[in-house]
Design a protein around this ligand. Sequence first.
Ligand code: SF4
Length: 328
Amino acid sequence: MTQAETTPRTGKRVLLAKPRGYCAGVDRAVQTVEEALKLYGAPIYVRKQIVHNKHVVRTLEAKGAIFVEENEEVPEGATVIFSAHGVAPEVYEQARERSLRAIDATCPLVTKVHQEAKRFAAEDYDILLIGHEGHEEVIGTAGEAPAHIQLVDGPDGVDKVTVRDPNKVVWLSQTTLSVDETMETVARLKSRLPLLQSPPSDDICYATSNRQHVVKEIASECDVVIVVGSRNSSNSVRLVEVALDAGARAGHLVDFAHEIDDTWLVGATTVGLTSGASVPDELVQEVLAYLAARGFTDVDEVVTANERLTFSLPQELKRDMKAAAARG
Ligand code: SF4
């Protein structure tokens, strides 16, 4: 007899979203810290949280990573890794001044937005950067061309925008925004600035849009959608908002299964489950086990895309790994 045949059917089910969890940029950033620890030994300093996830940060701390806010906290000559969210050029400069061995784990899709910002600034455009004020990624991107970039924090930020020449304006965005809200912001910007140009390719990354797309597919069938992710993870917070906008009766963000409040499940027959791009799947499996213990034993995985993208490790790390391998 199969397990399905022995498990009593309760009529309670989980719709498990796929894609969910780790994206290529997060996977590369976490591997960068792990490989650097193996190669250079502990401690390895990491400027800011390598990715916005409590569990990942704690796990890397246990292996010898030390998370700091700024380069000044890193001893001269030590190794520092810059997080997946990217940094402004002055941060590389500070690292050089302190003779730090800097390894850049910025996601290549964030670097792409930095390159766009530099290019449009060099052509003297006004750049409207749609994003969340204070988010590390936005600080890093804006730092590429502070004189040309102004932040537009959602549709309500549109009225504050002023530009020098309405014929020479482009919008760019943070990679982890809500696709729908960003389009609303762009529509409002265009009603004020009809000649506003769009980025050469989407700035909201594939992982963010794929995770939002599948949540939209399942949301209307769900009494509650649980998103595994941390509160400072922009793409995770957006998933809860997207689920609610798409018809979920309730939505909650949790770092760990034990944070689930059983009252959320009262009267529920369908629970949606997904996770942000910085969340290892073991945390989702723990939530599945938690739900199974409460009668949600049927799990249907709803798949809307298969992701195969991977990024290679930062050049500076690969070079040192190769040299170490050659030394034997
Ligand atoms: S969410 Fe997107 S931009 Fe951010 S690390 Fe992942 S792939 Fe890169």
